[in-house]
Every structure is written in structure tokens, then in C-alpha cells.
Design a protein around this ligand. Structure first.
Ligand code: IVH
Length: 681
């Protein structure tokens, strides 16, 4: 008993120490101890928690790594709306705002707060008895989503505040969650690796991270937070700036750069200064926010239904630059899509030299009437890739002709058209006979999510195709050291490395990744998994008749009719058949165990939800090995929903809508033993 009390004391001491150091590190940016010493404290805390799980405090830093994934977010209805702000874009309008405010207050000098407007997403946190109890997104202002699990993982947000008698029993604060610009690259790199689309800007990445159902993933994203509103602040101090300083002393991160200004001259000077200095901040700032500092005056001015009359955002123009568009180049992608890119005279823009900009597609060029030789305005509006905003037509000489999209592929001279009527993109219709598409598809074949041939990069693919050493992906596997070392800039040692890396990839190939690598239209990484377990091998794709294959694939959840047809078309094309046969001959022929067709659950599809007595994956495995199918969500193809405790209302509704029978875990166990009786469903 004595020992346990001692450990409890030590545990509380560690909690407090770690909390203190987290604050110094994440909020004040001035760590006091080394990472190593911090880690020692943390490991000791984990050890106590491991031995005495009953001691684990609900504000333990060990909870910051995320918990069980959620099925969805609960709604949070708030009493006072999270307002938005009116915007101004120039000094004149800002002056007008200041005039309105001073008139409304009958004063010539008004005391205001000026602070950077962080480009993130709004959240509201509730603290009860000094501990974080709830965090919700802004949503539509009234109704937000409960993202507490995810917000807990944001290291700068304290789970417990500094003990201070002035901390109210319950209060709400509002602020912004955001990411540093430099963290976007890392996140996108991971997403690329997983075959997911990249985030366009730090704001989208922050929003995506905060709305993940799996807080374990959120905990790996370096999200930051800054608070700028205290709900009901007038009960704490007469001025908002004072309240902000107060909450800072409680351990909360507040907006960096908050300044109090007296009167117009000070106000406009600070606004102008931030316009230059915002680039020095590590995160995106799209303007400044100006607020009347005195709560009594805020109340006097009141608000419209949308925004307060005592605050305004002064938005900076997105950075633009003027340069000459030299040429419009057409890139040909892996699936033949023709994408126009503007080659520019290099120009400085928002801290980097820009020599290329995106033009998206043919329609965009026509709409903006951008021509080669034009002087154009480009901007980086939050996006990483600069965009052409407009062409300065008045500075155009007569020799600039309207750009006409090529009617032939710029690489192979093949016909240009659309796959289907609905298709927006124009493509080269020459398929893999087009060297550009061939190169892109070989490059794709070698990428990490596909065959993962590490030593072959885009430049080598280019050389191999140009030298005629490979005509398709299967040829990669017949390359030898002699062929390779004859290439320019290729020594014997590197040639050896390339061959070894191909051999390794061959050994480690799996059917799902090989199917991904083949680049079958519409079939991505996830669909390849299903496809692989339905096919079992490449040969099965070659040998099945079209009808049988469509039928087989359509029965799988996650493969729709369109995708099934695309697979069938792919396997029926002679060129693809030849490549697949060559691959098999080269020994690139991984197989997977086919889903058993005959089994107790054969022909029935199950979805699993709620808390069950065993891990879901375990149950899923049993269903699959009994010949059943598993569907990740309840849909038309689902027959049974196995529901544990706490089944969500949405799942229940989806089951009713799709005529899916809800069964218990016990019933599933029976089915696994006895099978499903005819007509039971
Ligand atoms: S004050 C009643 N201050 O901008 C006024 N908002 O466009 C409440 N924002 O919803 C907002 N930085 O999400 C305020 N320093 C700042 C801000 C800020 C970013 C966001 C916030 C708000 C949106 C309005």
C-alpha cells in the first residue's frame, strides 16, 4: 500500500513535470531540459502506467499519441455562434471601418488589437476544472464536430492548465489549428507513397489531419494551435488583450504578434508592417485581424447576423508577379492526358524563383485567352504550384496568335481525342505506342507503391526507351549488366546495382502490387487488393472469358461495373496479353490464395461494426476463410451486418436502407459452425 502511494505521488510529479516541459517546448519555444532528459521522464511515466493502468490520468501525455479510430464525429451544438469576419482588401475600406467604429463609439481614438490572421481552421476548446474536456470544429458556426481525440494530440494545447485561482470553472476559447508551410512537403511525400492525392496547401493538410477518424495518424502530424477569442471574456478582464495575456499565463498558446494600437496611424502602420513580415512567419497568414479591444465597446457596437461590427479582416493581396510566357508546352501523361504547362521567363514570387506555371487544360487557356509570347500575371494563391491568372492583352503584339491545342500528340503524332463524351481531358489515343505514355507507364511500374524498383528513376527510363533497350515493362526483367553498362553515364558498378534492384523487386513482387504496377485504368492500389484475391494469378486474367470475369469482379465490394469492364478490356488487348505472357515467362508471376468459393459462408457478404469480443480483423479473417466476403461499409452488396455493442445510428440506417440483416456476434459464430440455411436471408 505504502509502495503504491509512493508511486502515485511519483506519477503525479511526473505528470506535472512533463506538462511543464511540454509548455516550455511547444508553446514558449524555449526548452529547459534536453530531449534525452525529457524522454527519461516520459519513459518513467509510461512504466508506471504500464504497471498501474488504474492510475492513468485522463490528461496523461501518453494519451497524445491517439486512441481507437472513430466511426464518425459526433455533432456539437454550441450556445454562442462562432462568427466569421467581414473582409477588406484595401486601405480605403479599412479606414472606412475605422471611421464607422469611431463614430459608433463617439471617439476619435479607438484602442484596437491588430494580429496576424492565420490561414488554418477554426476550433473551439472547452476547459473544465482546468482540464481540456471538449474540442469542436467551427462547422457552420452553431453546429461543429467533436474532434477532441484529435485535438488532444496537438502538443501545444495543454491537457491541463497551470494551477491558478483565476481560471474559471468552465470556459471556452476559440482559435486556429494550422500547419507550418515546411511540414506540408513531408506529409505529401507520405501521401504520394501511399498513392493518395497531395494536399494543395498547408491549410487543406491541417483540415484533413484534424478530421481524420484515426487519431493515431493525427498524432503524427505536427499540428499547431493559437487562440484568439475567450468566450465571455468580459467576466475575466475589461480588455480582450488582457484576457489573452491571462490565458497565456495559464499555459495556452495565443496568437503570436498580437499588438495593441491606439488610433488609426498606429493601426495602419502595424497592418503594413505585417504585409512584409508575414513571409518570415513559418505558417501562412492571409491578412491581419483588427478588433476593438474594450469588451464594453464591443458590446456597444454589436454584430450583424454574420459578423461582429467591432472586428474586421484586412486581407493582403496574394503575391503576384509579372513575367513573359515563353511557350506553352504540352505534357503527355501515363494515360495519355495532355496537360498544358506555361514555360516562363524566371521571376521571383513569394520567396522562390518561378519558371513554370500550370494552365490546367484547353478550356482554361481559351477562357483566359493566354497566348505564347504574352506578358502574364502569375500568383501563388495558397497553392504550391503557381497559376497563370491573366494575360495582359494590351501589351500583346499582333504576332501573338491564339493558342490552338494540338490535334496530334506532340510526342508521337498520334490522334488526339477523348476517351468518352464526359471526359474533360484531351488525350493522345495512341496508348503505349506513344513513347511519352510508354515512358510514364514504365516509370509508374517502378515506383514504390507498384513494383518498387529502387534503382530505376525517370532519367534511366528515358534512356532505356530512347536507346530501344526496352519496349514494355516486361523487358526490364531481361536487362543485363552488359546492356546497361553501354549506356551513357552508366558504370559497371551502377549497372550491377540496377540489375540487382530488378531481381530484388521480382523476388518481392506481390500480385496486388503487380496489378497496380500494370496501370489498369481505374484500378488503384486498394482495388488491386480485391482484384488480386479474386483473380489469384495473372493467368486467371488471361484465361477467363470476358463475361465470366465481369461477373466475378462485379460480385466484389469495391469493384463497380465500370472498373470490372476496364479490367476486362485491359486483359483482352493483345498488347497487354503479350506483356503479361512475357512477364510470366520471366518468372514475374506472383500468386495469392484465391478466396475459397465453397465454404460455410460462401456467397454472403458481411460488414462488421461496434465493439465485439474479438478484434475485428480476427473476425474478418474467419469470415473470409469460410468463403464469405467482407465489405468495409454497409452497401447494396452487403448481406449481414454483424453488430457489436454501440452500433452507430448511421450504420443502422444504412442497413435498413439496403435491406441488410443485422445479426449478433453469437449468430455469426453459429453461421461459421453450421453454415447459412437456404432462404435464411
Ligand atoms: S477573430 C468574432 N482572429 O478567420 C471574430 N479570427 O474569416 C472571430 N482567424 O472564423 C474571429 N486568425 O477561423 C480571429 N487572429 C484571428 C484569426 C481569425 C484566423 C479565422 C477564424 C475566423 C475566420 C474569419
Amino acid at each position: 500500500m505504502v509502495k503504491k502511494e509512493k508511486e502515485l505521488k511519483r506519477y503525479e510529479f511526473l505528470l506535472e513535470e512533463i506538462r511543464k516541459h511540454d509548455h516550455k517546448y511547444y508553446v514558449l519555444d524555449s526548452p529547459e531540459i534536453s530531449d534525452r532528459d525529457y524522454d527519461r521522464l516520459y519513459q518513467e511515466l509510461l512504466e508506471i502506467e504500464r504497471q498501474h493502468p488504474e492510475l492513468i490520468s485522463n490528461d496523461s501525455p501518453s494519451l497524445r499519441v491517439g486512441g481507437k479510430p472513430l466511426e464518425g464525429f459526433e455533432k456539437v451544438v454550441r450556445e454562442s455562434k462562432m462568427m466569421s469576419l467581414d473582409n477588406t482588401y484595401n486601405e480605403e475600406d479599412l479606414k472606412e471601418f475605422y471611421r464607422r467604429v469611431s463614430e459608433g463609439l463617439n471617439q476619435t481614438q479607438v484602442r484596437v488589437i491588430v494580429e496576424p490572421k492565420i490561414d488554418g481552421l477554426g476550433i473551439e476548446c472547452t476547459y473544465q476544472e482546468g482540464a481540456l474536456s471538449l474540442a469542436a470544429t467551427r462547422g457552420d458556426g452553431f453546429v461543429g464536430e467533436n474532434v477532441t481525440e484529435n485535438v488532444r494530440t496537438i502538443r501545444s494545447i495543454p491537457l491541463r492548465l497551470n494551477p491558478d485561482p483565476s481560471v474559471p470553472k468552465t470556459f471556452q476559447i476559440r482559435g486556429e489549428v494550422f500547419l507550418n508551410r515546411s511540414d506540408l512537403g513531408q506529409i505529401n511525400q507520405e501521401r504520394r507513397r501511399e498513392g493518395l492525392s497531395e494536399f494543395k496547401n498547408p491549410r487543406n493538410a491541417a483540415a484533413g489531419s484534424l478530421r481524420l477518424l484515426d487519431s493515431k495518424i493525427t498524432s503524427k502530424r505536427p499540428l499547431k494551435a493559437a487562440f484568439y477569442t475567450f468566450v465571455g471574456g468580459e467576466n475575466v478582464a475589461p480588455f480582450q488583450s488582457e484576457v489573452m495575456e491571462k490565458i497565456k499565463s495559464w499555459g495556452l498558446p495565443i496568437n503570436f504578434g498580437m499588438e495593441v494600437c491606439q488610433g488609426w496611424d498606429e493601426l495602419i502602420a502595424v497592418c503594413k508592417r505585417w504585409e512584409k513580415e508575414k513571409l518570415k512567419l513559418p505558417y501562412d497568414v492571409d491578412g491581419v485581424v483588427i478588433k476593438v479591444d474594450d469588451y464594453a465597446q464591443q458590446r456597444q457596437l454589436g454584430q450583424t447576423s454574420k459578423a461582429p461590427r467591432w472586428a474586421i479582416a484586412y486581407k493582403y493581396e496574394t503575391e503576384k508577379a509579372e513575367t513573359r510566357l515563353k511557350t506553352i508546352r504540352i505534357q503527355v501523361g501515363r494515360t495519355g492526358v495532355l496537360t498544358p504547362v506555361a514555360d516562363l521567363e524566371p521571376v521571383q514570387l513569394a520567396g522562390t524563383t518561378v519558371s513554370r506555371a500550370s494552365l490546367h487544360n484547353q478550356e482554361e487557356i481559351q477562357r483566359k485567352d493566354v497566348r505564347e509570347g504574352d506578358v502574364v500575371i502569375i500568383e501563388k494563391a495558397g497553392e504550391i504550384i503557381p497559376q497563370v491568372v491573366q494575360a495582359l492583352k494590351e501589351r500583346r503584339s499582333r504576332s501573338h496568335r491564339a493558342f490552338s491545342f494540338p490535334s496530334k500528340c506532340p510526342v508521337c503524332g498520334g490522334k488526339v481525342g477523348k476517351f468518352t463524351e464526359e471526359d474533360v481531358a484531351l488525350r493522345c489515343l495512341n496508348g503505349l505506342s506513344c513513347p511519352a505514355q510508354l515512358k510514364e507507364s514504365i516509370r509508374y511500374f517502378t515506383t514504390r507503391k507498384a513494383m518498387n524498383i529502387e534503382k530505376i528513376g525517370p532519367a534511366l527510363v528515358e534512356q532505356l526507351v530512347d536507346e530501344g533497350l526496352i519496349k514494355d515493362v516486361a523487358d526490364l526483367f531481361s536487362l543485363d549488366v552488359k546492356d546497361l553498362s553501354e549506356l551513357e553515364r552508366m558504370g559497371e558498378k551502377s549497372a550491377q546495382n540496377v540489375v540487382e534492384s530488378i531481381e530484388l523487386a521480382k523476388k518481392e513482387a506481390t500480385l496486388p502490387r503487380l496489378l497496380t504496377a500494370l496501370g489498369i485504368p481505374l484500378v488503384g492500389e486498394v482495388a488491386s487488393l480485391e482484384l488480386a484475391s479474386q483473380l489469384g494469378s495473372l493467368e486467371a486474367g488471361l484465361e477467363s472469358t470476358a463475361e465470366a470475369l465481369v461477373e466475378k469482379l462485379c460480385a466484389v465490394h469495391g469493384i463497380g461495373e465500370k472498373m470490372a469492364k476496364s479490367v476486362v478490356t485491359f486483359f483482352s488487348q493483345e498488347r497487354n496479353q503479350n506483356v503479361i505472357r512475357k512477364l510470366i515467362q520471366q518468372g514475374v508471376n506472383p500468386t495469392v490464395e484465391r478466396k475459397a468459393n465453397k465454404g460455410k459462408l460462401s456467397g454472403f457478404a458481411f460488414c462488421i461494426t461496434g465493439t465485439l469480443s474479438r478484434h475485428r480483423d480476427e473476425i474478418k479473417k474467419e469470415i473470409l476463410s469460410a468463403g464469405g466476403l467482407w465489405t468495409p461499409s454497409v452497401g447494396k452488396k452487403t448481406d449481414y451486418l454483424v453488430a457489436g455493442e454501440n452500433i452507430g445510428a448511421n450504420k443502422r440506417k444504412a442497413a435498413e436502407k439496403n435491406g441488410v440483416q443485422i445479426i449478433s456476434e453469437a449468430r455469426l459464430n453459429e453461421m461459421l459452425r453450421m453454415g447459412i440455411q437456404q432462404g435464411e436471408k
